[in-house]
Write a protein that binds this ligand. Structure first.
Ligand code: UDP
Length: 323
């Protein structure tokens, strides 16, 4: 595969890893990012174009100037809690502006589009592992916005060919230590557990231990960001080879509880993870584990890094992270 790929949100956690992976495969990434949340320092494998996905003239300029063949769309707001407080903002940013991106891309003849979605579109699971045919039941405005874009992409009049990638819990960092997670505020379990161990953050609060899981804490399917990046490359190659309009659930198929993650953080770091027990967080399903069979079958994608590797790489990154 070759060509030029516009990566919206290319200065973010997953976007920067996608750029690195594309460049390594000989595909030229052009990072398009407003830098509202992203970091210019994470864009190292191609140009950074600063712009907003809702700004049609900036999009026309970047798509024509760079002769873009395909778009990987990761830009968007991701904080679930904030989405409940500011729903109109999330709908505007994540849905309305994405519609501008899609329509502009189509009008300029871009053919292939990979969209970053979330397992949160499924809500509380009704099966032990979540496959692509699981019913949708989003429980947050954030998840609503992701599903709305999935539906925009599936509209019958659409000319773009698309792949939707639904991430489970993105974690880890670049194995070479060049890039990693840098959210502000940080709300995700793995970086918070690591920061608590390193003394960079206060003790971790476990959000509830009365869930119907083996140890009472929530179970999640953690997937290494480098593995996620690989899935984007494979999705683009699949579209290039004639594939069209599919969605894939990206996880390992194995769940880990919050307590297991704390124990693993302690084991891998050699440090205790100070923590205390708190109440449940609103909107947290007890268990979210992917059935990644379809991604393996169609894209040949299986995650390579286990939980310990995710922790090892994230630990190294958090230790070296610019502060
Ligand atoms: N969690 C926790 N304490 C924290 C942050 C998260 O106990 O400070 C739990 C959360 O309830 C969930 C899991 O860790 O069960 C993963 O949460 P995260 O926010 O990392 O990802 P999410 O599953 O919400 O996408």
């Amino acid at each position: 595969m070759s060509g030029k790929v516009l990566v919206t949100g290319g200065a973010g956690f997953i976007g920067s890893h996608v750029c690195k992976r594309l460049a390594a495969a000989g595909v030229a990434p052009i990072a398009f990012d407003s830098l509202e949340k992203g970091h210019a320092g994470m864009v190292r494998w191609g140009p950074l174009v600063r712009g907003d996905i809702g700004d049609r003239s900036s999009l026309i300029k970047v798509i024509t100037e760079y002769n873009i063949d395909a778009i990987v769309h990761l830009a968007g707001y991701i904080e679930v809690g904030r989405s409940m407080r500011e729903p109109a903002l999330f709908h505007d940013n994540n849905v309305a502006r994405t519609a501008v991106l899609i329509e502009t891309a189509e009008s300029l003849g871009v053919e292939n589009f990979v969209f970053s979605s979330t397992c949160a579109v499924f809500g509380t699971p009704v099966t032990a592992r979540i496959g692509e045919t699981h019913p949708f039941a989003p429980m947050s405005v954030y998840a609503d916005t992701k599903l709305a874009v999935e539906r925009l992409l599936a509209a019958p009049e659409r000319r773009l060919k698309s792949v939707v990638l639904r991430y489970f819990n993105a974690a880890g960092a670049d194995p070479d230590g060049e890039i990693g997670e840098m959210h502000d505020p940080e709300t995700h379990l793995m970086p918070l557990a690591i920061d608590a161990a390193l003394g960079f953050a206060p003790p971790l609060t476990i959000f509830g231990d009365d869930y119907p899981t083996p140890d009472g804490t929530c179970v999640r399917d953690y997937v290494h960001v480098e593995d996620l990046a690989e899935a984007h490359l494979r999705a683009l190659a699949w579209l290039d080879g004639g594939g069209a309009n599919a969605a894939f659930n990206l996880g390992s198929g194995t769940g880990h509880s919050v307590r297991e993650l704390i124990d693993a953080t302690s084991r891998v770091s050699g440090l205790p993870v100070p923590h205390s027990m708190g109440p449940r967080r609103e909107g947290d399903p007890s268990s979210l584990v992917a059935d990644p069979t379809l991604a393996a079958k169609i894209l040949g994608w299986t995650p390579k890094h286990d939980l310990d590797a995710q922790l090892e790489h994230a630990l190294r990154w958090r230790r070296s992270m610019p502060r």
